[in-house]
Write a protein that binds this ligand. Structure first.
Ligand SMILES: [Fe+2]
Length: 122
């Protein structure tokens, strides 16, 4: 699973496509590996059946405000990854075409971190 790393000094977020076994450094310090949570306010809700789903993120205003908004939704569908980015003012939801509604979905907000309907083990 793609790991998300965060620098707490500059706020940089990095997605690790392949772990080379070395430490990930930013601003001369270790970046933190974000842990997927499923007990936070933004656990993605999947609606729909078949090949067309709507992912709705609870716990945030609709439209989203600049002081608290979902930055992206990721849908992991077998070997495929779909990502939808958001800005303040957007609705916290997106539609995706998938092979099955049994997909893993992750989302991120700055305040609550990385939330998933099926969190990976650490
Ligand atoms: Fe949040």
């Amino acid at each position: 699973m793609l790991e998300v790393m965060k620098c707490h000094l500059c706020g940089k977020l990095a997605m690790i496509v392949r772990d080379g076994g070395k430490r990930t450094i930013c601003c001369d310090q270790l970046m933190e590996k974000l842990v997927e949570k499923n007990k936070e306010v933004h656990v993605p809700v999947i609606k729909g059946e078949g090949n067309h789903i709507k992912v709705v993120i609870p716990g945030v205003a609709d439209p989203m405000r600049s002081d608290h908004y979902i930055e992206w939704i990721e849908v992991f569908d077998g070997p495929y990854l779909q990502v939808k980015g958001f800005e303040p003012g957007d609705a916290p939801q997106a539609e995706f075409t998938v092979s099955s509604p049994q997909v893993k979905v992750r989302t991120y907000c700055e305040e609550h971190g990385l939330c998933s309907n099926r969190p990976s083990k650490r």
